[in-house]
Design a protein around this ligand. Sequence first.
Ligand SMILES: Cc1cc2nc3c(=O)[nH]c(=O)nc-3n(C[C@H](O)[C@H](O)[C@H](O)COP(=O)(O)OP(=O)(O)OC[C@H]3O[C@@H](n4cnc5c(N)ncnc54)[C@H](O)[C@@H]3O)c2cc1C
Length: 532
Amino acid sequence: MEIPKTAAEPMLWSGWGDPARAADLPEPIRGLLADLLGVRPPETTAVRLDEVRLPAPALPGQVLDELRGVVGPGHVRCDDEARIRRTRGRSTPDLLRLRAGDGSDAPDAVVLPGSHAEVLELLRICAAHRVAVVPFGGGTSVVGGLTPVREGFAGVVALDLARLNRLVAVDTESMVAELEPGLRAPQAEELLAARGLTLGHFPQSFEYATLGGFAAARSSGQASAGYGRFDDMVVGLTAATPRGTLELGRAPKSAAGPDLRQVVLGSEGAFGVITSLRLRVRPVPAARIYEGWRFPTFAEGAAALRRLAQDGPVPTVLRLSDETETMVGLAKPGEIGGAAAEGGCLVIAGYEGEAAEAAERRDRAAEALTGLGGTCLGPGPGDAWEHGRYSAPYLRDSLLAAGATVETLETAVFWSGLPRLYDAVRLALHGALGSPLVMCHISHVYATGASLYFTVVTAQSGDPLAQWAAAKRAANEAIVAAGGTISHHHGVGRDHREAYAAEIGELGVEVLRGIKERLDPAGVLNPGVLIP
Ligand SMILES: Cc1cc2nc3c(=O)[nH]c(=O)nc-3n(C[C@H](O)[C@H](O)[C@H](O)COP(=O)(O)OP(=O)(O)OC[C@H]3O[C@@H](n4cnc5c(N)ncnc54)[C@H](O)[C@@H]3O)c2cc1C
């Protein structure tokens, strides 16, 4: 029987993306890293796939037989490669562990269900045998969302949803499409584009992440100003739980009690497995206009973004890099750096829609931005950003290999608290890491506040995992103390549970635990993830 191609298959197993697109660092950048940050080549190089150390498979044969009985033998995989490819997610610590050959969090088996009914049956079997189940979408979690606790369980199964990959139905009158969760974003966009439709959800992980993962982790795409966050797009969903099916969202808006969709959105596989999504769709835009603006300082740029977010017109894409990020131009060093050669801070503003509407919105926004102290740089930086928008993760692999640690973290805060939070996180990272390069941009804007996204580059110490853990702890503390949320769009996973508990308080944690106990009494769904 032919093994199905899964979403995880083409990804570089120990890094990011399509191996054919891996790019070596140009020599001048190596020189800069060495001179500015003291980056030295690491003493050890990454292991080969066949050198990764895996735990001995733990699942009893009887359980494997039962799982095979549900999905068919070809859809239960226990080979090393299948297990390694579903080990953890794609945070920098995840990659550092894999590169060092640590496969200790690998699942014992990878199971690929083909329907909601099969997922229900698999959950029943796993609950009966106390087997931990990790719903697996694109595997791009950066918060430990795919790293379950093993202790106390008979084994761990990765439930790879890649076979649930259909566009089920489109209601063009209501502009709602029903899609399955295992669709990767490009596949979903391709299916919708054939009907002239789009979701408008373009996170940096677009190439590999799935719709189910977007819903389960409350993702937010780069065009969120225009299309909204992913959770805003979900008008209805179906989830399989060990206790049965949750069918939620039957009308565009409802006053029928609390909105239970919100219990599943952001639940990171701990309450159930999302098997179907009804999503608001939009027409594919006829026009896309992206351009760059320069503001003298981050504070002036942030004030301008706030004015647009509050008074309009609101661009579809709106982001502001701080001085350091503008200078480095991480995504496209040559072009963005060149455009911003005079210093200051780069804004990318994009407008999508009908040609006349997009152009008219652009003109009104341009007038506002000029009035707020901005200088238009034309389409050059906008186009460069658009073309490089998915490249940065490839650069991370090269930086890791060169001996640098590069990682990101994000939060959101009300406008009034933004300057304090911005300073506090940078201070915390500098305190923890000595002299790192800390870059930041405002990545998502709202009338009431914005999301700040930090990128950190530093020389790897002898123990880069411990080095980053200390820096991340310091940054988290700074975020919490400055009134930000522990995550605007990456989620909680294993990494943010403590801070999440602080954010929702003791009673909030009790409510979460109550929901978990009711939906998953055996506690097999993604144990250790999300629930403090
Ligand atoms: C380089 C890079 C760039 C990124 N950029 C962005 C960005 O711009 N915006 C953004 O929002 N995020 C970003 N992320 C984070 C990540 O891509 C998102 O969290 C995304 O939503 C995860 O989708 P996935 O399909 O890969 O899910 P996975 O990583 O496979 O899973 C994420 C969590 O959801 C659970 N899950 C997955 N599918 C289901 C399901 N069907 N039912 C129930 N639970 C499920 C998993 O168990 C896990 O806890 C980025 C990550 C990387 C590595």
